[in-house]
Write a protein that binds this ligand. Sequence first.
Ligand SMILES: [Zn+2]
Length: 286
Amino acid sequence: MPELPEVETIKEDLRELVVGSEIEWAEVLAPSLVEQPSAEEFASRLEGVRITGARRRAKHLIVELGSRDSLVYQLKIGGQLLLVPPVEKPETALMLALDLEGDRRLLLRDETGFTRARLLDADELQERLSSLGPEPLEEEFDAGYLQWAIGSRRAQIKPLLLDQKVVSGIGNIYADEILYDARLHPRRKANTLSEDEWEALHAAIRSNLAAGVEHRGTTVRLYKDVLDRPGEHQNYLRVFEKHGRPCPGCRGEVVREQVSGRPTHFCPACQREDSPGGGGGLESLW
Ligand SMILES: [Zn+2]
């Protein structure tokens, strides 16, 4: 499903192509998609309203409106925002259509039906976003924060990276790539990481997400941007879904195992679970 770099790419597309346009007509084709308010109220509060901005918080795409409401999309796997001319034929996966001035339509399609949309006022938006952890590409996010937030936890490092309360925007693809770069086994307990390993993890979070943004996202299956173009970061992945193939670092074999219920890809030689680099020594102190 779309992670930080994919949602960031869509947000930039909306800023370029859609912000400033008026929504002339809104049609909810799949009422189950609308979580808040009712589908009828949702459509009527969107009609005749101008789109004034677009931003991203974690994996939430936030469309700011002249009415001071925010249209918040959570794109799940198979979810896509697509800008098309109105002549385009609606498809079966179509869930929401916004007719924009200038004869364009902003469609929400969802192959799997998990995507959700909400229309929130300022207080509801703040409430909705209040439990999210920091944005990993922002200045305030540093190695010290990570260590402070999770450094005493006995939990495995991978599920902690996926926890949106710890840090925002990381999902299964980037988590595997980040841990590979930091040379951390996905099952390492957070409280066994050394100072150097926290630094390496922080640097890997930043570099992987920044590269994903630069490459306009990762398309392994369904992700596409607003103009239906795939991303390019899939060409730069080292371990995600590379099981059975050689590790680009040591030529050993990348493996796939379940970690905390998620398919996880790593190189057992480069990412040692017993951490001879110092984590093992520290562990005995805890
Ligand atoms: Zn390796």
